[in-house]
Design a protein around this ligand. Sequence first.
Ligand code: C2O
Ligand code: CU
Ligand code: CU
Length: 485
Amino acid sequence: MKRIGLTVAVVLTGVLLVGAGCGAVDTVDKVAFERPLTIPPMAESHVDDQGRRVFDLRAQPGTSDFGPAAGGTTATWGFNGAYLGPTLRATRGERVLVNVVNGLRETTSVHWHGMHLPAAMDGGPHQEIHPGATWSPSWTIDQPAATLWYHPHPHGVTKDHVNRGLAGMFILDDDNPAETTLPHTYGVDDIPVIIQDRGFHKGRLRAGDTGDTLLVDGTIGPYLDVTTSKVRLRLLNASTKRVYAFGFDDDRAFALVGSDGGLLAAPYATDRIRLSPGERAEVVVAVRAGERPVLRSYPPDLGNSFFGGRDRFDVLQLRAAATLKPAADVPATLADLPRRDPDIAVRSRSFTLSGTEINGRRMDLNRIDVTVIRDTAEVWNLSNEDGKAHSFHVHDTQFQVLSVDERPPGPELGGWKDTVLLRTNQRLRILLRFSDYTDRNLPYMFHCHLLMHEDDGMMGQFVVVAPGERAGTPPPLDVGHAGHG
Ligand code: C2O
Ligand code: CU
Ligand code: CU
């Protein structure tokens, strides 16, 4: 495992990147917060004659200037721009259509992380988009309001495509009145916060799994002007392998209101929220006029041997205006979130994570690992049996966590989840339900969301079939164009 082990402190205008002798990265009190947070624009859309909300995304190469701390301009990729992509937004019940153009010189795909949709629309490794081609998936939004995201998922090169800058948010709305009592004005009091750790070398974005510099919505050292007494942050860990434990510099409490798949049943007052790669959290934080609290990442407590377990970062400075528009109280109940009874499960399965294997196997695009029956629930027993943390993600569905090491989960795991951290030697039981869509040939993925593990094959495939149906065979990839080298 690679570690950031700089022995010199490198001072670049405004940002200090420190690797102490012990190997821990610590940027606390060393970030100047001189650049306004670059909030991703909302994606434009229109409704076509079939009533579908249509978006256009183009994956394309570009050049980004991350400011003096990065030391120059660097080649990046983005959707409709040079880095990251616009925020897509749609409402429950709407049918969406996304025209995804591949303006790159290699094959990619675009996956809608957290979305319940047919396997053919999922954007996994089987839905390749070749250079110059357009892929136009369409589906009906049928799940609660949530903070989802999209990113490439090409076989074996997901890490590279995400690290170059291909990622964006996909926000879902619904008619839950709590959604509009909570801060909900995009870019004003409802802010996407996409966190990635990156390394720079002589001004160039380094390849690699980790970095000592944070990009927040693609901004190094960002501040956000706050004009309301409460602000909702939609936190997304879009990093390759780093786990964060977010909190504020003065340890103020905030309300955790949402997890991966939507609002919690009730807000949870806490001062820390830990996110592994792929996970999201919606938090509402109160500010007082004129103050400047800093969102930090504290050591994430992963067990003694995991990468980055002692690292600290200053993430984002909130600059509260001299007068603030008062915000409503966070509602005491947020969503109707019935706990499912594990007895509804028709079967249970075990998944052992070790090295870069799940149940001793690596990804095989031609092999269906799991066949589940439509409109049934299953219990999956996840067990991390090696000395590293992993982040387990399942496509198509939002699940509930039944237990963590045989104990009930904390409130932060009490809502809908599609990705969960498994610390060293941890065991989790999750309850999943697979509804609506079947496709006996085209699989969905489950995998470790540490992107280098995913690329190394720490992934399996499942199909959802109708009762009485058997799994088929995934169609072969178009090898003439598949991926690169
Ligand atoms: Cu966020 Cu299979 O991915
Ligand atoms: Cu996913
Ligand atoms: Cu892993």
